[in-house]
Design a protein around this ligand. Structure first.
Ligand code: HEM
Length: 459
């Protein structure tokens, strides 16, 4: 709800919120609003009740905005659910055989093989790579301080991921990979109103010629990259780990197609989400000077003018709280979905085979009965009450249960390092009337982008 447009010098800032339905719209109008921007398609019932069930093409669609219900579907009863045809139709063309899309035994085998790539022990090795990319990014900023934040952060997080996944490969056309990934994310991978119709998984989803050519290029780039590696000695970057990844129990590795689809999945899932976290975080910090000053003071105290290291991470409690609060207000994946394959009961309600779920963390994160002053930007809430992030709390930007984001630790480390470095080293200037509508396009983007100028404090 829009409460203030001007950046305050103190007190709470109420940043943009998807306008909820009033409950007085007719069904047709409400459906139209939902199809255009799904997170604006929820009204008082979804904000006030843990579960809302509506008829949907002979089955039921259940909207859950409550932590207990989310944990039942995503964790306790997870085996009875798969992702819906929406996911399969949007992500399938790019990552059909990758972790993001597979189910059952194939998912279990892949998850076990891939999860060690993102284990804590690798994070300490990845932190210096992130610091290197930050230095290159800052050098570009010093020449060109005017940016659109979303585009700039997508560049940054893509470069971080490329360095972490690929190391410093000779001869790789990174720009080709970046261009194709961005094109896929912004064309074929963007939600359209027709995606919300209950179409079957097998029905092809029309993609624009530009989108399908980007998809082809991305697959080719990923294949070339994997083929360029020595099979016996594939390297110790994340691609190397992906090639040598095996299920610890069975010793079975991934097929060629599974490797490619996972590589593409990491690029797609791993750069856009973190880029949006940073875009919204820099927007919030740019609009709320006291927060910027606190981050700067904290980073200076912990790291001086040097790089942020892996060991510094837990000392940057406020910077981390700003990232947590950003993902509460703007979860990059604002809505998860599931389809029921075995009759069950969720929140005391009978669920039939074929029923679908919208698990709306965006609404849950902004619900009055679960959060104090939910529309205010208040990072300290996570410091006052660390339990707000505990398992089963109404805070799930990374999902929950066995399919919780596999790249979570990497994403948080990157976001804290990038936000801390940029806010310490630059003044983030954003036009005072910039108040972008959150728009769900699979991920949650600021409509129209966020223009910003990043200048060194001494300038
Ligand atoms: C702020 C950044 C990120 C956010 C908010 C985020 C969010 C999520 C969420 C909500 C899920 C669960 C989807 C579901 O259950 O339907 C997920 C899964 C996943 N994420 Fe992330 N993600 C982020 C960063 C990353 C990164 C950096 C990578 C990899 C480099 C990554 C790779 C994946 C993969 C492969 C899955 C599928 C896991 C599975 O199904 O077992 N994500 N992510």
């Amino acid at each position: 709800m829009r409460k203030t447009k001007t950046p305050p010098s103190s007190g709470f800032f109420y940043p943009p919120h998807a306008k909820p339905l009033t409950g007085k719209e007719g069904t047709l109008r409400a459906t139209w609003i939902f199809l255009r921007n799904p997170i604006e398609g929820f009204g008082p019932m979804a904000y006030n009740q843990p579960i809302v069930s509506v008829p949907s093409f002979g089955k039921k669609l259940h909207v859950i905005t409550d932590p207990e219900g989310m944990m039942q579907v995503l964790a306790a009863e997870a085996k009875k659910f798969t992702k819906t045809a929406i996911d399969a139709r949007i992500l399938g063309p790019a990552t059909k055989e990758g972790l993001l899309s597979v189910h059952g035994e194939q998912w279990k085998r892949q998850r076990k093989s891939v999860a060690p790539m993102f284990a804590k022990r690798h994070m300490a090795d990845l932190a210096p790579m992130i610091a290197d990319v930050m230095r290159e990014f800052k050098a570009r900023l010093d020449v060109k301080p005017d940016v659109e934040l979303n585009a700039a952060m997508a560049e940054l997080t893509f470069d971080v991921l490329a360095k972490a996944l690929l190391g410093n490969p000779q001869g790789l056309d990174k720009d080709r990979l970046k261009f194709a990934t961005r094109k896929v994310v912004t064309s074929a991978g963007t939600l359209r109103p027709d995606d919300l119709l209950p179409l079957p998984r097998w029905m092809p989803r029309p993609i624009s010629p530009k989108g399908s050519s980007a998809l082809k290029q991305l697959k080719q780039a990923a294949d070339d990259l994997l083929d360029s590696r020595d099979k016996d000695n594939p390297g110790d970057d994340l691609v190397g780990l992906l090639i040598s990844a095996v299920d610890p129990k069975t010793g079975q590795g991934l097929s060629r197609r599974e490797r490619r689809d996972n590589l593409i999945g990491f690029f797609i899932a791993g750069h856009e989400t973190t880029a949006l976290t940073l875009t919204w975080a820099l927007y919030l910090v740019g609009m709320h000077r006291p927060t910027a000053e606190r981050i700067r003071a904290e980073v200076q105290e912990v790291c001086g003018d040097g790089d942020i290291t892996y060991e510094d991470m837990e000392k940057l409690a406020f910077t981390r709280a700003v990232i947590d609060e950003t993902m509460r207000l703007y979860p990059p994946a604002p809505m998860l979905n599931r389809e029921c394959h075995e009759e069950t009961e969720i929140l005391g309600r009978k669920i039939a085979v074929g029923d679908t779920f919208l698990l709306c963390n965006y609404v849950m994160h902004r619900t009055e009965r679960l959060w104090e002053n939910p529309n205010a930007f208040d990072p300290d809430r996570f410091i006052r009450k660390p339990e707000l992030k505990a398992k089963g709390a109404p805070y799930m930007p990374f999902g929950a249960g066995p399919r919780i984001c596999v790249g979570m630790a990497f994403a948080v480390m990157e976001a804290v390092m990038a936000l801390g470095t940029l806010v310490r080293d630059y003044n983030i200037q954003i036009p005072s009337d910039c108040y972008p509508r959150p728009l769900m396009t699979v991920t949650l983007r600021p409509e129209g982008g966020v223009p910003a100028r990043l200048v060194r404090p001494s300038n």
